[in-house]
Unconditional design. Sequence first.
Length: 395
Amino acid sequence: MNRLTTSWGTFPLTRFPADPRDPLRAWDAADEYLLNHLAETGTDLSGTVAVVGDRWGALVTALAAAGPARLVQIGDSYLGRSATAENLARSGAAPDAVTLLTTQDPPPERVDVLLVRVPKSLALLEDQLHRLVPAVHESTVIVGSGMVKEIHTSTLALFERILGTTRTSLAVKKARLIHTVPDAVTGTPGSAADANPWPYRYALPADAPAGLAGRTVVNQAGVFCADRLDIGTRFFLHHLPTGLGAARVADLGCGNGVVGLAVALAEPEAELLFTDESYQAVASAEENFRTHAGADRTAEFVVGDGLAAAAPGSLDLVLNNPPFHSHQATTDRTARRMFADARRALRPGGELWVVGNRHLGYHVTLRRIFGNAELVASDPKFVVLRAVKRDVRRG
């Protein structure tokens, strides 16, 4: 466990779920730069402080010790939210020290200090800044933070267009701050008269499997490949299992839920579970299902840690297009956990079907976890793999 030292104390922090083998810290130089700036400039933290995109809770855990009247974290990640709760408890913070909001919750009505950890998704940043405009007043202190490689001209343009006059700091340890001043003349932020473009809707392509072609789907901001059907999912849709009957099927890491929706349309008796760690993703999946699956069709929608909460042996089939990035880090850790959780949740004889880039070598990982992996389909870029739960003694 690593410790973050700040002007308000030293805090032991971990990601979630905690893994002693994980070399990645729960904060980076951008978090340190922002916290140091607030302390060195004596920023008034006595009002409502809203922290957007605090990845593992490092910012609010440190700021809770500074004693704002109201401290609010706004985030899209269930894993980040869980890490925050554990880090706050570990630091000894009072249970009500921080209000944890998701990106689907209404934001605070007034914000005196707005701190933004720049997310990987520019769309999510745009959506959140638009949603926070009504809470910002002419005296609001607005500071963004990110690693240099995360802050682009387009990032600064969003702050400028939506909130107000924007400049950047010098880089420190490859991190940079963004300073934005709301419009002091009108008392309203920036010159942003344009409407929030999110959520975004688009029509599925004509070559999508029967039942999906031409249907309009919705994506909340920040969901992977928000403005089109990604090519990996498109390939997967043409190679899904059929003849499922009344099988219980999980769309694991569901994104906007198109894979599970395809199963629901093709298999009228199947029971569907949509799960993702993103609140934006599950909201998208639920809206798409409600729109296209029919009023009488039901499904379960879960924001959580993959299938960690699923009962052992409760599923017949798991469909998965796993991510291979954790923020800016490339890692197969998430995929490995997804595969292991899927094996535990599957009944004996149940199957996990995975689509992934060929170079990721998921067949090796699946053979290690399941003892088998079969190639279902491939093209120059992607493979679809099938693994069967055979060893009931290992759970």
